[in-house]
Design a protein around this ligand. Structure first.
Ligand code: AKG
Length: 321
């Protein structure tokens, strides 16, 4: 029996990807929202038309209680477990800079750490909204916890596309969502945002006075365009505000060839440093991180885990022969 015979084969493994000539972008249908955002609309599911209309006008929509109490409880148990474990990543005990939030705990790479959170990024309503606002085959961009602790100050006001240096109106590069795992209140750090700021051009700067808190019960979602000004709120209570952020980006925000997966990890030291950087072993602030670390550190972590797994598998298979 091969060591790898337990790996299932499925369609995700197909060699028959679509390698036809790149399609021309279909920009004729592009919609411009004020002076802030342009996007190419996709499929409009009639069941979510009012939600779409709200996002077009205000830049966000709140989906109250879309997750069940059981899903929220299971997620909170996992957040608590991960926050008290030593292996949950470098920001799981507190942020490393003001943006992450010194009193805010973040557990990155959730899909790697637990299966409990799987239901959140693939919620049906959210996917329908994404099908309208993003291009087909959009990607998961961020998937991590944000637990704003007592004493946290307001995060700096930002847009989630802020690292992309393009003037407004600019294309919609992605979608952000905040999922409340505790009730979001004006006192405990509810996300604060500026309704309609996805319509603004570069000439208008955000101020705190214009911001409103996203008040919603646990199990809700705030869905917003990447061009909307927002931030985490200050937590003046004595309990944490637990949440997940699930973010999506356009499918074209990636290289044609997936170099980081295509290149063997056995001996990355033999590859010139500059070439490694070009191949994606680099970050631009938060962009490209692996569980809050550099991609190279992430690969070494995975190698270690693969080796441990292989040794266990060898013992398991060996004991059956
Ligand atoms: O925690 C929040 O409410 C917002 C967090 C956020 O916008 C971010 O970290 O990018």
């Amino acid at each position: 029996m091969s060591l790898f015979s337990s790996i299932p084969y499925n369609h995700l493994w197909s060699a028959n990807i679509n390698t036809s000539h790149p399609r021309p972008a279909t920009i004729e249908n592009s919609i411009q929202l004020g002076n802030g955002t342009t996007f190419i609309p996709g499929k409009k599911d009639p069941s979510i038309e009012p939600l779409i209309a709200h996002v077009l006008k205000h830049g966000y929509v709140i989906l109250p209680s879309i997750f069940t109490p059981a899903q929220v409880e299971a997620a909170n148990n996992e957040v608590d477990r991960l926050q008290s474990a030593d292996t949950s990543g470098p920001a799981s005990k507190g942020g490393r800079n003001a943006f992450e939030g010194f009193e805010t705990k973040r557990v990155y790479a959730l899909a790697d750490k637990s299966r409990t959170f799987d239901c959140f990024p693939i919620d049906e309503t959210v996917l329908k909204l994404n099908d309208y606002f993003l291009q087909p085959n959009y990607l998961l961009n961020s998937f991590h916890t944000v637990a704003i602790g007592p004493g946290s100050r307001e995060q700096s006001i930002h847009t989630d596309d802020g690292l992309i240096p393009m003037p407004r109106p600019r294309p919609l590069f992605g979608i952000g969502t905040m999922i409340s795992l505790d009730d979001f209140t004006a006192m405990n750090g509810a996300t604060i945002l500026i309704p309609g700021s996805h319509l603004w051009g570069d000439d208008r700067k955000p101020t705190r006075e214009e911001m409103i808190p996203v008040i919603m019960p646990a199990g809700s979602m705030c869905y917003f365009l990447n061009t909307l000004w927002h931030s985490g709120g200050a937590n003046t209570t004595d309990t944490q505000r637990r949440s997940l952020t699930v973010q999506y980006c356009q499918p074209y925000i990636r290289p044609y060839e997936n170099m980081t997966v295509a290149t063997g990890w056995e001996d990355l030291d033999s590859v010139p440093k500059k070439l490694l950087q070009l191949m994606g072993f680099s970050t631009l602030d938060f962009m490209g991180h692996v569980d809050g670390r550099s991609p190279r550190a992430g690969v070494e972590m995975r190698k270690q885990r693969l080796m441990e797994w292989a040794l266990k598998e060898k013992e398991r298979v060996g004991s059956k022969l």
